[in-house]
Write a new protein. Sequence first.
Length: 183
Amino acid sequence: MNNKHLFTFAACAALLAGCGTGMGGMGGMGGGSAAPQAVARLQPTAGNQVTGTATFTQRQGGVHVAGEVRGLKPNSEHGFHVHEKGDCSSRDATSAGGHFNPGGHPHGMPGHGAHHAGDMPNLKADAAGVARFDVTLPALSVASGANAVTGRGLVVHAGPDDYRSQPAGDSGPRLACAVITRA
């Protein structure tokens, strides 16, 4: 193969490799579509100062949830759940209803037997009152189906979830609430 053909082959290979890495505008060749995503912007309930953001990204094997919550008591632990209704209109966020539970399971700890689809690990605030989270929840989806989170509520509670008490883990009043919306 002469240098001219070698250059043409290398240029074609580079172009095709780019198509497989999600380059937009390539006519759908090679996965240019992004994974479904949703976002929740937590707002404080009456008398509280807790805020935050969570991003929900569909991945193979579940929904990846990542983000940050601020305004928590330093070095504290808090229940954190997807709730059945995307309604944060009441002053105490009870309008968000109970935990999201399309399968009718008992409340429990994710990754440890049966639990609500909306059960999530407790938030753990650092010395500055900030909690960062990064978890994949296999029982959820972003875009469609009975387990879709879009249009649901996301709630931060005052106390830790004990993962035993039914129906909701005895994690106390709601400090912040968000409606999960498609990004």
